[in-house]
Design a protein around this ligand. Structure first.
Ligand SMILES: Nc1ncnc2c1ncn2[C@@H]1O[C@H](COP(=O)(O)OP(=O)(O)OP(=O)(O)O)[C@@H](O)[C@H]1O
Ligand SMILES: [Mg+2]
Length: 328
């Protein structure tokens, strides 16, 4: 691999107004985003919202229709070869050989990249990700968590300064996910920047900053508390029986913008805080229900953002480029 040092810059990723169409579908719509050095940046959004495509645009793997920016200081349009040398990209699909051992897989990747001092690089990756004791295990026999660790080790082989991790913990059990995130925080503490897409809220909360994308548009970005504060939603939790029926009843009440059942509680959220409090008080009065005001969570906010953008599409305010409304 090249030993050239990348240009220094304040941001690991700094992209502006990226657009990408596939056919007549506007898959990435005016996305601008900045990831600071040493930052863990979470990328959230429903299936098909454009996360993977955005990631590929940001590291120069895919050319945008319009827009510009830098990745580690390199121009995403003209310097994709340099970007590849300094970025570790973990694709959404596990793509290693099941009939090779962990060590053989890493060695294979190191050969593809024509890395000098291959053996040392593989040993270092095995060691730093706690894989050394399993180096000779067949990859096909590994649990999901260890497979993800191998995938992370493979994209760390060339000691990148930025990791792009596309749903690295999908389908991985909670303990392995927690270990994986501890690893990410260790890497960030060493100054490595991380952009990670995920569907898990607990992971979103562990990011320094996050962004939410839907239908190709970034709806919000910032720290978790900025993202939450940005929507000015207040939330009440209602405890009791028959919460689904209560949710249906409350959905159209004045002051209530959203109802979501979370396990044993119904969350009712709204922007008009006084009207919300009054609606909740009316709903629980004389009923075997208990209501308490709680901190609005990221999930409340993401569900709200998604419903807003859906409504916009349904109202035809933001027609898709193919002229049809979005029905999903
Ligand atoms: N190469 C391609 N050609 C045509 N359409 C594509 C291509 N890649 C992605 N798409 C479409 O672009 C949209 C965004 O896809 P993308 O994979 O970026 O979403 P995502 O947010 O990563 O979804 P997921 O959470 O399911 O991984 C989808 O509608 C997808 O079908
Ligand atoms: Mg994806």
């Amino acid at each position: 691999m090249s030993t050239s040092t990348p240009p220094t810059g304040d941001y690991a990723i700094d992209v502006h107004n990226l657009n990408k169409h596939f056919g007549n579908k506007h898959v990435v719509n005016d996305v601008s985003l900045r990831v600071g050095r040493g930052e863990i940046f979470g990328f959230l959004g429903p299936n098909g919202s454009g996360k993977t495509t955005s990631i590929r645009l940001m590291c120069g793997l895919l050319t945008p229709d319009s827009g510009s920016g830098t990745c580690l200081g390199y121009d995403i349009l003209r310097e994709s070869a340099q970007i590849k040398r300094h970025v570790g990209y973990m694709t959404q699909r596990f793509s290693y050989w099941e009939d090779l051992t962990i060590r053989e897989n890493l060695d294979f990747v190191a050969r593809i990249y024509q890395m000098p001092k291959r053996r040392e690089a593989v040993d270092r990756a095995l060691e730093s990700l706690g894989l050394a004791s399993r180096a000779n295990q067949l990859t096909g026999a590994l649990s999901g968590g260890w497979k993800q660790r191998l995938a992370l080790a493979a994209c760390m082989l060339h000691e990148p300064e930025l990791l792009l991790l596309d749903e690295p913990t999908a389908g991985v059990d909670p303990t392995a996910r927690r270990d994986f995130w501890e690893e990410l925080h260790r890497l960030a503490a060493r100054g490595i920047s991380v952009l990670v897409s995920t569907h898990y809220m607990d992971e979103a909360e562990r990011c320094h900053k996050l962004a939410y994308i839907a239908y190709g548009k970034l709806l919000t970005q910032g720290t978790a508390s900025e993202v939450i504060a940005g929507q000015n939603l207040e939330t009440w939790a209602i405890h009791g029986e028959r919460l689904s029926a209560l949710a249906a009843q409350l959905r159209n009440a004045r002051g209530i913008d959203q109802t979501v059942v979370f396990g044993s509680a119904l969350h009712a959220s709204g922007r008009d805080h006084a009207a919300l409090a009054a609606a909740v008080a009316r709903a629980v009065e004389g009923q075997p229900l208990r209501a308490e005001r709680i901190d609005t969570g990221l999930e409340d906010v993401f569900i709200y953002l998604m419903s807003q953008v859906k409504d916009n599409y349904a109202n035809g305010d933001q027609k898709r480029s193919d002229g049809r409304g979005v029905t999903k």
